[in-house]
Design a protein around this ligand. Structure first.
Ligand code: ZN
Length: 267
């Protein structure tokens, strides 16, 4: 075959494959749109975007994530659960005071997508630990400067706490954070304004916690799809990861990247 013809045939194959991928994507999105819905969507609208493709082994078998659109405006929404038809849960880990390499190994071996809300002091003490986590796919987001209960602070002090760690996170990980978790889950209306004033998109809380190998949920029954679970960088993290992974499996769920289920900010 002449090289020109070979190239032509290769182009045809490429077109055919791209066409097939588009058709499949439309079918997946259509199916999700048909089965979607839920009361949680009243404050958050959804889009049928197909830009998010999972990179984790555990989530690759899932239908494409249909991200929740975070609406613009001066007040950030509070998200404790993601409305989704996918069988997913979200692993989040806070602070950074105890840095167990075994936890990193567990996350790496099991391809667990995690979202970290890290404080500046532990990050500056041991940036390598958190950079290793970022290299295995962790997303790193904002958790204030001094870990104070925000409701006790004035609106101006809240802005300082929320904005104050963003540059360090951006410099360290090469990406600006866009989600915020209030220490102790403690926030008020001023926090919602502060988060937007600092250029962040949403406040992320949780539906359950893992401590000493015990999962405590805020709703009855087992883990549910879309649940966001809180853990900490403490000595029990490795065990908590294992217990939560098993609980997810028992409930027919897999860990998925939280960021893929929320719209990302425009760069
Ligand atoms: Zn914390």
């Amino acid at each position: 075959m002449r090289p020109g013809r070979r190239r032509h045939r290769a182009r045809l194959w490429t077109r055919a494959l791209v066409g097939a991928a588009v058709v499949m994507t439309v079918v997946v999105v259509g199916a999700l749109a048909l089965t979607g819905g839920g009361s949680d969507r009243s404050i958050l609208s959804t889009v049928t975007s197909t830009t998010s493709v999972s990179t984790s082994a555990s989530a690759q078998r899932l239908p494409v994530a249909v991200p929740v659109t975070i609406l613009p405006g001066p007040v950030a929404p509070v998200i404790s659960k993601i409305p989704t038809t996918n069988p997913v849960v979200f692993f989040t880990i806070d602070d950074g005071l105890v840095r167990d390499p075994a936890a990193v190994d567990f996350i790496r071996v099991h391809h667990i997508p995690v979202t970290l809300f890290v404080l500046p002091v532990p990050l500056q003490q041991d940036p390598a630990y958190f950079l290793t986590l970022a290299q295995v796919g962790a997303s790193v987001q904002d958790h204030t400067v001094h870990h104070l209960p925000l409701r006790k602070l004035s609106a101006a002090r809240q802005v300082q706490e929320v904005c104050g760690s963003i540059d360090l996170l951006h410099r360290t990980f090469g990406r600006r954070p866009w989600l915020f978790r209030p220490p102790y889950g403690d926030y008020n209306t001023s926090t919602k304004y502060a988060v937007r004033q600092c250029g962040l998109q949403a406040i992320v809380t949780w539906q359950g916690t893992m401590n000493d190998g015990v999962l405590r949920l805020q709703h009855p029954g087992p883990l549910q799809r879309g649940d966001i679970i809180l853990m900490h960088f403490r000595p029990d993290l490795r065990r908590n990861l294992e217990v939560l992974l098993k609980a997810a499996k028992t409930a027919g769920l897999v860990a998925a990247p939280l960021e893929q289920y929320l719209t990302e900010p425009t760069p």
